[in-house]
Design a protein around this ligand. Structure first.
Ligand SMILES: Nc1ncnc2c1ncn2[C@@H]1O[C@H](COP(=O)(O)OP(=O)(O)OP(=O)(O)O)[C@@H](O)[C@H]1O
Ligand SMILES: [Mg+2]
Length: 295
C-alpha cells in the first residue's frame, strides 16, 4: 500500500502524476431563438490530483456552466476536455454517466436531497444506482454520514434538518461512492457562517485525504480554504493564483485535524489510491481528527 513509499519517492511520483482535468479552449454557445449566446469563450485550465481550487467570478460569468462541463453534466460546443487522460468527446452517453458515477461527486447550493427519503436512504441512493448490495450500501452510507457528523440523524427526513445539516448529508451522498473528484457549486451559498465553516472543514478534510476538490463560490473567505483561486470573467479565465502547492495540506484545515495528519498527501496520491469508503474519519464530529495513514 502507499505506506511503503518513502517520502522522496512519493513526492516525485506525485509531481509526475498526470493532471486529472485538462480543459483546452472550451467554448459553450446557447441558441436563444436565432441568437447565439456565447457563454464560455475559451476556458483552459489544468487541475492536478489533490488540488483544491476555488472558481470565482461575477454572476453570469460562466462558473456553473464550466462546472457542469467538468462534471460531464453538459458538453462543450467546442474545445477539448480530458478527464483522467480520457478525451471526453470520445465517450458515449452511457460511458459518460458511468465515469461520472465512478469518479465524480457533486454538491450543489440547494442540497438537492430527495424530500420523501430519509437521510440514510438519500445517501444510499448513488450506491443503489451502482448496484451495491443492501448491507454494504447501508454500511458505507452510515460511514459517510458518520464522517460528516450526521450519523445521529439517519432516520430523519431532510425537512427535519437545518441547512448546514442538509448540506452535510449532501456531502456524504457525494463521497459515498468514493469519487476522486469532488465538485461543489456554491455549497455554502445558503448557509449561515458557522454552518459554512463546518462544511468547509469537511471539504478541507476530503482534500487532505487526497481528493481533488473544485468549488465555486462568491465569497472570498470561502475561497481562502482552497490552494488556488481561478477567476472567470465573461466566459474566460482572467486570473489563476496559487497560494499553496498541490500536495500541501489545505490552508484552513482544522487545527486538530492538522495535528494528526502525519503522512504527506503526496504519499497517498503517489499510487493514485484514494480512501476506501468516503472519508477516513472514524469520528462523528467533522472538525475532529483525521487519520491519513493508509488502511
Ligand atoms: N441553458 C441555457 N440556455 C441559455 N443560456 C444559458 C443557459 N445556461 C446558462 N445560460 C447563460 O449563461 C451565462 C452563464 O451562466 P452560469 O450559470 O454559468 O453563470 P454563473 O457564473 O454560474 O452565475 P451565478 O453566479 O449567478 O450562478 C448566464 O448569462 C446564463 O444566463
Ligand atoms: Mg452558478
Amino acid at each position: 500500500m502507499t505506506s511503503t513509499l518513502t517520502e522522496p519517492k512519493a513526492a516525485k511520483a506525485a509531481k509526475s502524476s498526470k493532471p486529472v482535468i485538462v480543459l483546452r479552449n472550451i467554448r459553450k454557445t446557447y441558441m436563444m431563438g436565432h441568437v447565439a449566446v456565447e457563454v464560455l469563450r475559451g476556458i483552459s485550465m489544468t487541475i492536478d490530483p489533490g488540488d483544491f481550487a476555488a472558481i470565482m467570478g461575477a454572476s453570469g460569468s460562466g462558473k456553473s456552466t464550466t462546472m457542469h462541463i467538468i462534471g460531464c453534466l453538459d458538453v462543450p460546443s467546442r474545445g477539448y476536455y480530458w478527464l483522467d487522460g480520457i478525451d471526453v468527446r470520445s465517450l458515449t452517453d452511457e460511458d459518460l454517466s458511468k465515469i461520472r458515477n465512478r469518479k465524480i461527486g457533486f454538491v450543489f447550493q440547494s442540497f438537492n436531497l430527495i424530500p420523501r427519503l430519509s437521510v440514510l436512504a438519500n445517501v444510499e441512493l448513488p450506491l443503489t444506482y451502482q448496484g451495491v448490495k443492501k448491507q454494504e450500501r447501508r454500511e458505507r452510507a452510515v460511514a459517510a454520514l458518520s464522517a460528516t457528523g450526521m450519523s445521529h440523524r439517519l432516520i430523519h427526513m431532510p425537512t427535519e434538518l437545518s441547512g448546514g445539516e442538509q448540506q452535510r448529508v449532501a456531502v456524504a451522498r457525494a463521497v459515498v461512492t468514493n469519487p476522486s473528484i469532488l465538485l461543489a457549486d456554491e455549497p455554502t451559498g445558503n448557509l449561515p457562517s458557522h454552518q459554512s465553516a463546518e462544511v468547509m472543514n469537511i471539504f478541507s478534510q476530503l482534500n487532505a485525504e487526497g481528493r481533488t476538490v473544485i468549488l465555486v463560490t462568491h465569497e472570498e473567505d470561502i475561497a481562502e480554504h482552497a490552494k488556488r483561486i481561478i477567476r472567470i470573467q465573461d466566459g474566460m479565465v482572467v486570473r489563476d493564483t496559487r497560494s499553496l502547492p498541490v500536495d500541501a495540506l489545505p490552508p484552513r484545515l482544522d487545527a486538530s485535524s492538522k495535528k494528526t495528519a502525519s503522512r504527506p498527501i503526496s504519499a497517498r496520491l503517489a499510487d493514485g489510491s484514494s480512501p476506501p469508503h468516503g472519508l477516513l474519519l472514524n469520528t462523528d464530529t467533522p472538525s475532529e481528527s483525521i487519520s491519513r495513514d493508509s488502511k
